[in-house]
Ligand binder design. Structure first.
Ligand SMILES: Nc1nc2c(c(=O)[nH]1)N[C@H]1C(S)=C(S)[C@@H](COP(=O)(O)O)O[C@H]1N2
Ligand SMILES: [Mo]
Length: 560
């Protein structure tokens, strides 16, 4: 018999391929289905692209690198207009679907096809940026990094290495990029400070390192991306799905390093201070970022109040080494206690302005929307611009869905952090889904610090066997704590996954005599325990024992 079913019908019915489902419009008298868009293919756009490219002229010259290091866009509106022309002259294939479909089991997980193609389409000096950047990743990062996105490069260490040390080695510090990795010659580089300051001027690195002008500042700082643990939100409900802004981070988009540099406040003072209503500092990063068919640099801002408190640093040293290229060489901003996004790498310009930056990374991304606001109804002003992270924590060991054999205590490891200069005071774990909580003894937490996380480990009491849920939460010094479920803080932009971290673990408690004997039996008959779901290969009870039981106990059914 013929069938109309697709071979994957069952998966689709069960919601495992949500991206392939049509949308149902039930508003009329008949249900109308809106089919998912298909990529039309690379057929028709090539001619107009060539025409656009011809009109634009010599792209090597037009899109050349400033100071041999990077392409500057913000001072050149005509150059931006030409890039826009190129970008709208062709169509690009869609991103990999990574939320409502299976996530690829490759490393790099996602390729960043769009971004590579945009760079190639602009041409000139941008052509080689995707490949150069990948080479920088291979040179500077640990071979065990999990590459969530190849280009722009986004990567985090695997769980076993996230909290292996309270200070993260540079090669294992997560990386979050919105574009290529500029390779800047520090001799040719300079920092422009302009806008609403009394005396705009520019500085060489030597100027900034002159200790008679600017006292050194050294701080141990934890940086957390507001996308950390986003994967849990994705697992619950799909959200905004742009590959770059929404890379599928797990618990490793957080890291701690000692930075050396100076306070931005002193540099502003050196320029004669803010004038004419200057209240915010716009920070410019050197790489090329793309948004809505526009090319631009990476630009965000911080308020003067934060700078005035000496909480915004300009840094050139990370854990005793010059900043690696991938972390912002030669100069990066470190904003103490704010999300990573404000700590601009490859800084080349600071502009004093009246209001928070209107650049898209500040005004349209890193927004925290109310839960019901999504694709069809969000507007940027519905979102809170995220600055300080709330208190959060994560379990790094054991892993979700792992089978753990233990003696009544399950050994757990993880981190806890709070933004805005608050710090973890208490970390608590529960082995019963969040009803009873055990505090991790202070001796098992790494040292307290104003701007830093605390790593921890703990033997969590657990009597129960079978599937249990281990939960972790933190209380900071202001007694803030974490919401208990992902749903309670889920949001369309998939930011700030700060709910108590939950993992499912299958518990085998050998402090129970029967469990101990049974595991010995598995061993004795050489029957494998893993995988858990495979049936055991031996009789679990002898016929004699079975009969013995019924002789000693009531029968299955009771006669009248
Ligand atoms: N110039 C520039 N600065 C940037 C970014 C970027 O893409 N470009 N990403 C920001 C974000 S979102 C984060 S979380 C941190 C990550 O810093 P890291 O890559 O050194 O870990 O850098 C921030 N600074
Ligand atoms: Mo970030």
């Amino acid at each position: 018999m013929d069938t109309n079913n697709r071979p994957d019908e069952w998966k689709i019915e069960q919601g495992l391929s949500g991206a392939q489902l049509p949308i149902l419009d039930q508003t009329g008298t008949q249900v109308v289905t809106i089919q998912p868009r298909k990529w039309p293919g690379a057929v028709k756009q090539d001619t107009s692209y060539e025409e656009a490219a011809k009109e634009i002229g010599d792209r090597n010259q037009l899109f050349a690198r400033e100071r041999d290091g990077y392409v500057e866009w913000e001072q050149y509106p005509e150059k931006k207009a030409k890039a826009h022309q190129i970008l709208i002259s062709q169509s690009f294939p869609p991103n990999v679907e990574f939320q409502m479909g299976p996530i690829p089991d490759t490393n790099p997980v996602l390729p960043g096809t769009h971004w590579k193609m945009w760079h190639h389409a602009i041409g000139g000096e941008l052509t080689s940026v995707p490949e150069d950047s990948w080479q920088t990743v291979l040179r500077e990062k640990h071979p065990d990094m999990l590459h969530l996105l190849q280009f722009p490069y986004n990567g985090e260490p695997p769980k076993r290495l996230v909290t292996a040390k309270p200070i993260t080695p540079n090669s294992l510090h997560f990386v979050r990029n919105h574009g290529g990795i500029p390779l800047i010659d520090k001799e040719k580089w300079s920092l422009l400070l302009d806008g609403l300051v009394a005396n705009p001027r520019s500085y060489t690195l030597q100027d900034l390192m002159d200790e008679s002008q600017f006292p050194r500042m050294e701080r141990l700082v934890t940086m957390q991306c507001s996308g950390t643990r986003r994967f849990e939100q994705i697992n619950l409900y799909a959200g905004q799905g742009d590959e770059v802004p929404q890379a599928p981070w797990a618990e490793g988009a957080i890291g701690t390093a000692k930075y050396v540099g100076i306070s931005l406040k002193k540099v502003i003072k050196d320029c004669g201070g803010l004038v004419n209503g200057g209240k915010h500092l716009e920070l410019y990063g050197a790489e090329t970022y793309f948004k809505a068919n526009e090319a631009m640099n990476y630009v965000v801002s911080v308020p003067w109040g934060k700078v005035k408190a000496n909480e915004v640093m300009l840094t050139w040293e990370m854990n005793g080494e010059p900043l690696p290229n991938i972390h912002g060489y030669p100069l990066r901003v470190i904003v103490l206690g704010y999300i990573g996004a404000r700590s601009v790498k490859w800084l080349y310009r600071i502009r004093a302005i009246e209001h928070p930056s209107r650049a898209p990374v500040q005004s349209k991304e890193y927004l925290y929307f109310p839960q019901q606001v999504g694709k069809h109804n969000q507007v940027p002003t519905d979102g809170i611009q995220i600055q300080e992270m709330p208190v959060s924590s994560a379990i790094m060991f054991p892993w979700n869905n792992q089978v753990v054999i233990h003696n009544g205590k399950i050994h757990c490891k993880g981190w806890a952090y709070s933004g805005g200069g608050r710090w973890p005071e208490r970390v608590e774990l529960s082995s019963d889904g969040g009803f009873n909580w055990y505090a991790v003894p202070n001796a098992n937490l790494s040292k307290k610090g104003k701007w830093v996380w605390r790593t921890w480990e703990y033997d969590l009491p657990c009597d129960a066997e079978g599937w249990i849920e281990i939960v972790c939460r933190c209380w900071d010094n202001s007694l803030n704590t974490q919401p208990l479920t992902v749903r309670s803080a889920w949001n369309w932009g998939l930011h700030v996954t700060s709910s108590a971290h939950r993992i499912k673990v299958y518990s085998m408690n050998t402090s129970r005599r029967r469990t101990k004997e049974r595991l010995e039996k598995f061993d004795h008959v050489n029957s494998p325990l893993a995988p858990l779901t495979w049936p055991e290969e031996f009789q679990t009870q002898s016929p004699e024992d079975y009969e013995q039981y019924w002789r000693e106990n009531d029968p299955r059914d009771v006669e009248v």
